[in-house]
Structures are given as C-alpha cells and as structure tokens.
Design a protein around this ligand. Sequence first.
Ligand code: SDX
Length: 432
Amino acid sequence: MTVPTKVTLTFDNGQPPIELPVLAGNLGPNVIDIRDLSKLGFLTYDPGFMSTASCNSSISFIDGEAGLLYYRGYPIEQLAQHSDFIEVSYLLIHGELPTSEEKVAFDKTMRRHTMLHDQINTVFRGFRRDAHPMAVLVGVTGALSAFYHDSIDVFDARNREISAYRLIAKVSTIAAMSYKYNMGEPFVYPQNRLGYAENFLYMMFSMPSEPYVVNPVAARALDKILVLHADHEQNASTSTVRLAGSSGANPFACIAAGMASLWGPLHGGANEAVLKMLEDIGDVSRIPEYINRAKDKSNSFRLMGFGHRIYKNMDPRAAVMRQTCHELLNELQLTEDPLFKIALELERIAAQDEYFISRKLYPNVDFYSGIVFRALGIPPSMFTAIFALARTVGWVAQWNEMLAENNHRIGRPRQHYNGAARRDYVPVAERV
Ligand code: SDX
C-alpha cells in the first residue's frame, strides 16, 4: 500500500474537515504533521507520548514489533560483536563509522579530556559518604557548568563538539570518583594510556598503594555493555535532555537533567532493581510467587527488567546481554552464579505465561546487565551510573542534532485543561 500524503479529520458537529499532511519516515511509522492544528483550535492529547514523534532524528531506530535496534542504520548485534564504545561514540555523534585515522584521532582526543578541573574534587566533599552515586553524578555533572565556560555557546557547532567530548570523557572519571568517594578510598586519576572501559575499571578498582592491571575480559565485557546502552531513540532521559537543551541551557546542565531522569526505577534505575529482585527471590522455587505478584493488579510490584514501551518482542540488547552473561561467567569461572540461574528460569517461566505473552512483556536491556556488572565486581549502586556513562554519548548526540537543526524551537507542550473555570477572589472572612 502506498504511503498517504495527507489525512482528513472530519467532525460530527458539521464543522468543516481539516486536512493534515502525512510525512513518510525512512524506516518505521509514518507521521501525521499536526503542527498547524493549534491554529485551527485543536490540540492532540497523548500523555506518556504513546503516539507522539517529538522530533526528527537519524541517530537510532527501533522496530519494537521485530525487536530491532539500529545505530545510524547499523544493527546493534553487529556493533556489539565487531565495534567498540569509542567507535560507536564517533558513529552516533558524526553519523558515519570512522576511518582508522579518524578513530585514532577521536580516541586520542577523548583520552585527553578525561581529567577534571582539580577544584571539582572539593565538590564531592559536599556529599555524605553514603550518597547514592547517581546523586553525586547528577550534582557534579551539573557543577561542570561552573568550570567550562569556554565551550557553552550552544548555537556554535565547534562549542557543541568540545562540550560533547568533554562530557563523554569526564563523566567516566566522575562516575569512578563517585564510587571511590562512597568507598572512602582515594580518587584515582585516569590513565590516558588505557582505553575507555579499561580506564573506567582502573579508576574504580585500583589503589595508589599497589599496581593494578585491569582484566581484559572484564574490560571487553564492559565495553560491550557501554555499546548496548549508548542510545535508544527518544526515551525519557533523552527527551529530558532535548527539552532542557531546547531552551539553550548549557550542555552540562542538560546532561545532568538526563541523568536525573534516567535514575528512575522505571527507566535506567531498573538494572539495580532487577538485581535486588533476583536476590529477594533467592531461589528458583520462589519464582512462581513473584510471577503471581507481578500479575496481581492490587499489588504495585512489577517484574523489573521486563516490558518496554516500544519492544513488543525481545529487546535485542537483552539477547546480547544474556550471551555476554554466559561468556563472562564461563571465563570468570562463575557458571554457578545462582542469580543467573534464577534469571534464566524467570525468563523461561514468563515466556510461557499468558499474562506476559498477551502483553508482549519480554526481558529488556536491564534484565541481565546487573548480573554482568556483579560478575565484574561492580556494586548495584553503580549500575545506573554506568548506564548514564554510556547514554551520555546518545544524549550529547541527540542534543547536538536538535541544536544543529535550523528551525529548532524551544519545546513547550500544551495541556488538556480540566481545572476550574474563571472565578473571582473570595476574601478569607467570606470563605466557609
Ligand atoms: C529502560 O524507553 C526506553 O527506550 C528505555 C530504555 C532505554 O534504553 O532508554 O530501553 C531503558 O528504561 C528499559 C525499561 C526498564 N524498566 C523496567 O524494567 C521496569 C519494569 N517495566 C515497566 O514498569 C514497564 O514495562 C515500562 C515502564 C518499561 C513500560 O511501561 P509502559 O509502556 O507504560 O507499559 P504499561 O505500564 O502501560 O504496561 C502495559 C501492561 C500493563 O498491564 P494492563 O494495565 O494492560 O493490565 O503491561 C503491564 C502493565 O501492568 N506491565 C507489567 C510490567 N510491565 C508492564 N506487569 C508486570 N511487570 C512488568 N514489568
């Protein structure tokens, strides 16, 4: 069937019909262009944005029914297998895979931006030692606004590129520092001789008192996780970054806003919640009890790591993550990991349960990631921080794409008002 070029709205009160253009996407659903609808006295109502395309974008694409995810057209499975986080970062920001020279130059630039202004160390001191690493990450990332004034002209492409590189490189250092601060251990400076994932693990786990060599198996597994989490269309945190950025706010504040949104347990905070859920389950014999709780509408419990707004099939990232789990646990001789056994059995049982089948609830990216992080020795409190580390690339790419558009405008949604009609003020003496 050909793509329609317009749609006609007809009304049952005799008012004249309205014609609206239909725009075809390169992939995925076509969109009805409603931009002029408000001039005709109508708004659309779509809480949760179930059916709303908020922007043009060419960065990532999800086919929820087929369970597909592309970064700039490349399937996530191929990138996870053949690429690495630095190369994927270049791809998401610049739109093409780098040549070998471009990759070397980009990687060298990234490594030269890992250090923080030394005074930022004191910003950490304002937090309690037991502060959640995401609280520290949000706070310190926002504080970067006070240190890097020379690259915050958001309407200048070069300024945006410098800020993007600074954010990608420095968020890794800040995340590792938030872990060290939480542990009461001294901060470890980045080592520019190390790759991105290796450097992060080095900053997290090394101590100034003795040499530390990152396990290459662990570095490769983390690098793959960062690739899987780098971007995902207009999810809640990316939409937060876009909306904050649409006002011209500085990039560090916008990314801090995205981190705050990602922290929610329904979004990037789910990986930490999944591990707690698996630990609470404790044994495969208790899985039916939790399945029943998840199905009980009177119970607010949800099966964490299951379901997705767009995927109505297995999240392709979850499939790669499950394979990474197998490989990593085998290589680290952790094949008897009880939580992995519970996760595999939970997935198997849910896949046969009508409640989950009818609602197309499958494991999402967060379901297996916590088990991989745990095998790497990363505590649950750091899971979302690592998600934020990876997604910073997608956030800055989407933020840059928005600001590079000539017709970019401040985001300002409308509402369906159901409050009081106009009424006059009543003096307190006359109120009953
Ligand atoms: C991420 O948007 C993205 O792309 C996000 C992300 C990214 O990369 O940026 O992919 C990362 O956030 C993954 C999702 C992580 N969150 C979780 O794992 C939390 C658990 N899952 C859910 O709470 C839920 O599935 C959402 C939030 C992910 C999606 O919510 P929706 O699209 O609003 O779906 P819904 O709440 O309307 O659910 C539809 C039905 C409901 O039942 P009915 O009212 O139809 O009877 O499915 C049920 C829900 O009750 N349901 C679940 C469930 N998820 C949905 N029931 C039990 N357990 C679940 N996990």
